[in-house]
Design a protein around this ligand. Structure first.
Ligand code: CP
Length: 305
């Protein structure tokens, strides 16, 4: 039963509950007109303490496409947070006005705290610092499910900023719950997967390398990621590392014909624009899957589907 629950990290839901969301997303994709009043009369609060394009707009458009409405901010300076109001007080007040709350915050753990402040209103973590981004994971899984025909038995290349990339942490943890997935972690040594994270993965389920060229031909899925400028304390270090991997046509020529490329976006330089025309480049389609899976998630947490 998903009604009334929070989504703080993908591990909050069982595989069966994730499947329930994906199956509803599939039905919405197939017959959107059947769902235009599913959340009529419901109100979503969209609280973005950190910039966003995809997550905020896809949540807001998801709620509106379900017939619901949205209030919120994308700049906390325009709310009483700027007067020093605590997160807990803000959440308690907003939960009195709305039915479901989406929150993005630069500090790890904030969504969990928000959920504790309002146990009776579903809270969705839209990204908390370098920690988790569970609805990006739902987006990624729905995409993989559609485009590779299932969520197990894949070799997944994960390339770029594996240290700070919250989308990557959430995705790898979740794909590790499906059978027979193998990971190829591609990063410079400064941006490797944290060792605590690697210790959670079964022995033999991953390899690490700093060479994209060496492994691009071996993967079913290449998940590219941006070097997370906002998480660096040293700008020079960021500038030195930001362009360490650039996926271009030449590199794509060594990949398998049925491999797919995903990226949570925004992209900076890590995928050359020339790759966009390659049919294996699915990152814009992936962003659209994100709206459908958020439609399904909102409906399930509100108990309207
Ligand atoms: N993928 C993602 O979280 O994008 P935004 O930061 O634009 O929401």
């Amino acid at each position: 039963m998903l009604k009334g629950r929070h989504l703080i990290e993908p591990g909050d839901f069982t595989i069966e509950e994730l499947e329930e969301i994906f199956e509803l997303a599939d039905r919405i994709i197939a017959n959107q007109s059947d769902y235009i009043d599913l959340c009529k009369g419901k109100l979503l609060a969209s609280l973005f303490y950190e910039p966003s394009t995809r997550t905020r707009f896809s949540f807001e458009s998801a709620m509106m496409r379900l017939g619901g409405r949205v209030i919120g901010f994308d700049n906390p300076d325009n709310s009483s947070v700027s007067k020093g109001e605590s997160l807990s007080d803000t959440m308690r007040v907003i939960s009195g006005y709305t039915d479901i709350i989406v929150i993005r915050h630069p500090k790890e753990g904030t969504a969990r705290l928000a959920g504790r402040a309002v146990p009776d209103t579903p809270i969705i973590n839209a990204g908390d610092g370098g920690h988790e981004h569970p609805t990006q994971t739902l987006t990624d899984l729905l995409t993989i499910r559609h485009e590779l025909g299932g969520l197990g038995g894949h070799t997944i290349g994960v390339c770029g900023d594996l240290l700070f990339g919250r989308t990557i942490h959430s995705l790898v943890k979740t794909l590790n719950r499906y059978p027979n997935n193998k990971f190829v972690f591609i990063s410079p040594k400064e941006l490797k997967m944290p060792s605590y994270f690697l210790s959670m993965l079964p022995e033999g389920s991953y390899i690490e390398t700093d060479s994209l060229d060496a492994v691009i031909g071996d993967v079913d899925l290449l998940y590219m990621s941006r070097v997370q400028r906002e998480r660096f304390v040293n700008e020079e270090e960021y500038l030195r590392l930001k362009d360490v991997y650039v996926l271009d046509k030449k590199k794509m020529s060594h990949a398998r014909k049925d491999m797919i490329v995903l990226h949570p976006l925004p992209r900076v330089n890590e995928i050359a624009v020339e790759v966009d025309e390659d049919p294996r480049a699915l990152y814009f389609k992936q962003a659209r899957y994100g709206m459908y899976v958020r439609m399904a998630l909102i409906s399930k947490l509100l108990g309207t589907a």
